[in-house]
Design a protein around this ligand. Structure first.
Ligand code: TYM
Length: 359
């Protein structure tokens, strides 16, 4: 039986990169599990990771709104289908995440964390901003360094076997596996029958990457589409109106070569659009490209793509607009999800505490 866990930060409404890279896969898993017989269903946990959002400065009013919106997004995507028993919940409402993160901190070497790309790129940003000896050390918080350990705790807390994420998360998953192994070796616990040493509390999680490569920015095809990028035109939000989708795709950066061809190396802008097209139509990129050969090929492809994305998101858009303001319903679903997650989390923590000797 698979146990699936994945998380998303509540920093604004997700964009189509988050959707194609991760959320669409969560939706696929929900459909798969709904078709499984009840006794042998996979377990699904999808979390809005509020505690992770604090590794950059947040305004409480804005965070509160975005955290709610992200939860409504997950509901509107249909992830709480009652036939699957999936738990959709706020990480920060299940306190065991913080507890386990601390235990994992105690077996994680600091230099391993200093090799993570997110941390290194933060150092580079600071270095570029000022000369090296002027680096403002107060901008390097322990929380940012420990971010991947909290992520490992999220995953291991549910004895997860599969983690559906985009490619940018592979390094975090590798670290998670290493931490699990070290912890299991350090704290094997006892076998269930009491005869001899156990194998440790955690299972080894596997990363489940989508077939979609990461989706790049519409303004600069050499950068990934990112929630934190300042340019609104660089990303399409799942809640964008059809007009906004059309205008962002129309102004997306391409090139001056005639027609459309699949050539990611030399035509990264066109490749990004084709990947999005494939993502929302299911048609292979090469087949799509073949249809747009003439002088107006790129323009025609952009118009059809905008229509395809806009239609693909219609159901979600309508559902999100409907439930976003239904406070009582959202509260109820939040409680339900947190209760379900907590039931599993507290069982894992009993094993963990027993293995450590803090039971
Ligand atoms: P986050 O919130 O940045 O992104 C959520 C998911 O979206 C994927 N993604 C993309 N995929 C394709 N193209 C893109 N341009 C793109 N941008 C983002 C990400 O790979 C991710 O799957 N650290 C995680 C949150 C997290 C987590 C976890 C994930 C915390 N704990 C435990 C899995 C398991 C993050 O910042 O995701």
């Amino acid at each position: 039986k698979r146990v699936v866990f994945s998380g998303i930060q509540p920093t604004g409404v997700p964009h189509i990169g988050n959707h194609l890279g991760a959320l669409a896969q969560w939706q696929r898993l929900v459909k798969e599990v709904a078709a499984q017989p009840e006794e042998s269903r996979d377990e699904l946990y999808f979390s809005v990771v509020g505690m992770h959002a604090l590794t950059v400065p947040q305004d409480p009013v804005r965070l509160r709104q975005e955290r709610r919106d992200m939860f409504a997004v997950l509901l509107a995507l249909g992830l709480t289908d009652p036939k699957t028993g999936a738990a959709v919940f706020h990480q920060d409402q299940v306190l065991e995440h913080g507890e386990l993160a601390w235990y994992l901190n105690t077996v994680t070497p600091v230099n391993r964390l200093m090799r993570m790309t997110t941390w290194k790129s933060k150092l580079v940003t600071l270095r570029n901003a000022k000369s090296e000896d002027e680096i403002d050390d107060s901008m390097l918080q322990l929380g940012l360094l420990a971010y991947p350990v909290l992520q490992a705790a999220d995953i291991l807390l549910y004895k997860t076997t599969h983690v559906p994420v985009g490619h940018d998360q592979s390094q975090h998953l590798e670290l998670c596996r290493d931490i699990a192994q070290v912890f299991n070796r350090a704290y094997p616990g006892r076998r269930r029958d009491g005869k001899g040493k156990g194998k440790g509390p955690f299972r080894m999680p596997e990363v489940m990457l989508t077939t979609h490569p990461r989706i790049q920015s519409l303004r600069n095809p050499l950068q990934k589409m990112s929630k934190s990028a300042p340019s609104e035109a660089s990303k399409i939000y799942l809640t964008d109106s059809p007009e906004a989708i059309h205008s962002k795709i129309k102004t997306a950066v391409t090139d001056s070569i005639q027609g459309v061809t699949w050539d990611p190396e030399n035509r990264p802008g066109i490749a990004t659009l084709l990947q999005i097209y494939e993502g929302y139509s299911g048609e292979p990129v090469e087949d799509i490209a073949k249809r747009y050969t003439g002088q107006r090929g790129i323009m025609e492809m952009k118009a059809d793509l905008a229509e395809c994305v806009s239609e693909g998101l219609r159901g979600f858009r309508e559902e999100f607009a409907r439930i976003r303001t239904e406070e009582a319903y959202l509260r109820e679903k939040e409680r339900e999800g947190a209760d379900k997650a907590r039931a599993t989390a507290s069982r894992t923590m009993e094993d963990v505490r027993a293995a450590i000797g803090l039971d």
